[in-house]
Design a protein around this ligand. Structure first.
Ligand SMILES: [Zn+2]
Ligand SMILES: [Zn+2]
Length: 340
């Protein structure tokens, strides 16, 4: 693999459709492994990066960071992995290993986070990627690759805050948004034995939300139900990125309640409510390596199953369009139909 060129799908400029390109395989660092990609999920962050929303994208840009594949080459200092192992890699493919956050084991907060992305230099919409072996996770044999692909980004993104901030038993949790992240958050929250409410502006998603594990469903446009739910939630996990009626949602939080953001919605808050009720608003980004490993075993034990639509990688632009138009139910994973 390392001697032949890599085939990837790249945006050549901001917002452009992806085109097939070939490039020299990036040089393997001593701790790195090369992974031949079999599956790669399509995440909203890929699309944001194509649009340079985070202002960190360099072009040509090969997106893709929910990767599953087989180890094809192992750096001389990489331990624990061997050629042929089936592995997953998420958004973070490495870290500096020496800043204050890395030293505390909070690698997702690494001060050098931008070049730590798996899509640097080229991501998983390709025939192979490299990553630091310490951020490459060996998979249980019976976990389907498309499931593992989604868990490696969306899974850890929802699992980490549910673990960190909802630590007491019988906590009443609201999951805002029933989409790619939300449908997984409902499953994890159910398995963690919380009292779970799905909160959505799409009442037609009620039945499915209940089937994912929600105990209750709350329509975010239903003023009567929102009033009835006032001061009742310990934690709200916001997976949505669309327009949100913050005033109504903050009102359903208990005093000292917490709102955790994992999507990227526009936010506007009334500081009086925040101060007077001692509310907290927290962002949560991915999870550290320990949480990632824990999440994989938890998902395996409780049979957490993202709902996945498989598409061939050659149809990457069609897949991106579906995600953009909010038509993915609930995540799309590309399988590599051009290699092996
Ligand atoms: Zn992602
Ligand atoms: Zn660091």
């Amino acid at each position: 693999m390392s001697s032949s060129k890599v085939l990837g799908y790249a945006a050549k400029a901001v917002g452009q459709p992806l085109e097939p390109i070939t490039y020299e395989p990036p040089k393997l660092g001593e701790h790195d492994v090369r992974v031949s990609v079999t599956h790669c999920g399509v995440c909203h962050s890929d699309i944001h990066a194509i649009d340079n929303y985070y202002d960190i994208t360099t072009f040509p840009f090969v997106p893709g960071h929910e990767i599953v594949g087989h180890v094809s080459e192992v750096g001389h200092a990489a331990s624990g992995l061997k050629e042929g192992d089936r592995v997953a890699i998420g958004w973070q493919g490495r870290s500096c290993m020496q800043c204050e956050w890395c030293l505390q084991g909070e690698d997702q907060l690494c001060l050098d986070i931008v070049p730590s992305g798996t899509w640097v230099p080229y991501g998983g919409f390709s025939s192979s990627v490299i990553a630091d072996s310490r951020f490459v996770y060996q998979l249980p044999d019976d976990m389907p690759s498309e499931v593992a692909a989604v868990l490696t980004c969306a899974g850890v993104t929802v699992y980490s805050p549910l673990r960190s901030y909802a630590t007491q038993p019988a906590r009443k949790i609201g999951i805002i948004g029933v989409g790619g992240l939300g449908h997984l958050a409902l499953q994890f929250a159910r398995a963690l034995d919380y009292d779970v409410t799905a909160i959505s502006s799409s009442p037609e998603k009620k039945q499915e939300a209940l089937s994912f594990g929600a105990d209750h469903f709350l329509s975010s446009d239903d003023q009567t139900s929102l009033r009835e739910a006032m001061l009742s939630f310990d934690l709200l996990l916001c997976t949505a990125s669309n327009k949100i009626n913050w005033e109504a949602l903050l009102n359903i939080l208990k005093k000292k309640g917490r709102l955790v953001l994992i999507g990227f919605p526009d936010v506007e808050f009334n500081s009086t409510e925040l101060v007077a009720r001692q509310l907290s608003i927290t962002g949560s980004f991915l999870g550290n390596r320990t949480t990632m490993r824990e999440m994989f075993s938890f998902a395996q034990e409780y049979n957490i199953m993202p709902k996945v639509e498989l598409m061939p990688m050659t149809k990457v632009n069609e897949a991106i369009r579906k995600v953009k138009e909010n038509k993915a139910r609930y995540r799309i994973v590309l399988f590599n139909d051009t290699v092996e």
